[in-house]
Write a protein that binds this ligand. Structure first.
Ligand SMILES: [Ca+2]
Ligand SMILES: [Ca+2]
Length: 384
């Protein structure tokens, strides 16, 4: 049997046992009977998931001789939790408490059917509490930060981060605790390396060289964090792909969000203020979506597109930048429905005019930028 943690999404947060919270993960995992099963068959398969509070199995289908051959779902103590006979498809078993679930097939003396095919299971992960730092996450699961630190210096522990995530299928919930660095050296609040399907949420990060550093990663979700007073708020190193950075508050950074040679990411709903550059895309990245962010009071440029282009820049508010609202040095971007105003230089500074579609933006009150482009653009698309 092959266990593949290929799809381990956060399906839900459910309340169990009062204040204890659990995350539900899904694991691709095939368990099947012989097809057809023999007569006089009696076999039990055992599936174990460490740190599980409860498990349930998913039948793609089952077919047994109705009333004579049976599939039983058992818990770790061999209590029967469910019984199946006849046929069904796309069936979830009931939740079985514990870290073990068993499936047993029993047949009688005659008439053999297909049996069953299970393709995946779900489990509620028991939370793992992080009580001391630095902390290195190396196994899948649901981690809750249970401590705050102030002026933390990782070098005192021979390392350079407060939390490192080096495993796939991880949820790190900061629970609004603070990771505050000492503001000295190239130290990192949270590092996510060589991982897929990771969520970092509800963490307060201050005084780091980088608040959250990623790459190479995919399906990393950075959501609902407060990231203040770091050189880089979020730094996505090369090959941070298919990630989401959403609904974070990022303030007082040199670069609030910097995306290097990374593609297919969505940056949405972030509130960024007092960065030198609010959001910067550079290197060989492409096809990122920057949507519904607010970027205010940047020391220099609000949004810098220095990558390969083909990005979608939609619905952002970019105001009061020290230079231009947007600095576009890549092509084939779609720039639509943004409000770009009160910037010191241009609204949109187009260095590279290679098939950028600029449409229905509201560009006004920029000191240098209220040119023809600005005036047209409130109403119509322009391709440059
Ligand atoms: Ca039979
Ligand atoms: Ca500090």
């Amino acid at each position: 049997m092959k266990r593949l943690l290929v799809l381990l999404a956060v399906l839900a947060f459910v309340g169990i046992a009062g204040t204890v919270r659990a995350a539900v993960f899904e694991v691709s995992y095939v368990v099947e009977s012989p097809h057809p099963y023999p007569n006089y068959y009696n076999y039990t398969w055992t599936i174990e998931q460490p740190n599980a509070n409860a498990i349930r199995l998913h039948f793609v289908k089952y077919e047994t001789e109705p009333g004579y051959d049976f599939i039983y779902i058992l818990d770790e103590n061999n209590n029967t939790i469910a019984t199946y006979t006849g046929s069904g498809s796309d069936v979830w078993t009931p939740w079985v408490n514990g870290s073990v679930i068993k499936v047993r097939l029993v047949s009688d003396a005659s008439v053999r059917f297909y049996g069953f095919y299970i393709d995946k299971y779900q489990f509620e992960a028991l939370p793992v509490y992080i009580n001391t730092l630095p902390y290195n996450i190396t196994t899948p699961g649901y981690y809750i930060l249970n401590v705050s630190v102030s002026d933390f210096d990782p070098s005192a522990y021979g390392t350079y981060y407060a939390i490192k995530i080096n495993a796939s299928n991880v949820i790190l919930d900061g629970a609004e605790h603070a990771l505050d660095g000492d503001g000295v050296g190239t130290d990192y609040g949270i590092i996510v390396r060589d991982a897929k399907n990771v969520t970092v949420m509800n963490v307060n990060l201050t005084d780091w060289y980088v608040g959250i550093l990623s790459g190479p990663v995919s399906n990393l979700n950075i959501v609902n964090n407060t990231i203040v007073s770091n050189t880089f708020g979020v730094l996505m190193d090369p090959s941070s792909n298919n990630c989401t950075v959403a609904n974070n508050m990022i303030k007082d950074s040199t670069y609030a969000i910097s995306i290097s040679s990374s593609s297919y990411n969505t940056i949405s709903g972030n509130t960024i203020s007092h960065a030198y550059t609010g959001i910067r895309l550079y290197g060989t990245g492409k096809e990122n979506t920057i949507i519904n962010n607010t970027i205010e009071n940047s020391g220099s440029t609000g949004l810098a597109l220095f990558d390969y282009g083909s990005n979608r820049i939609i619905g952002n508010i970019i105001t009061h930048s020290g230079a231009s609202g947007m600095d576009v040095q890549s092509g084939n971007n779609v720039i639509m429905n943004n409000i770009i105003s009160f910037n010191t230089y241009s609204g949109i500074l187009l260095f590279y005019k290679g098939g950028n579609i600029i449409a229905h933006n509201h560009i006004y009150s920029n000191n240098l930028g209220d040119s023809a482009l600005s005036r047209w653009n409130t109403y119509q698309a322009v391709k440059w």
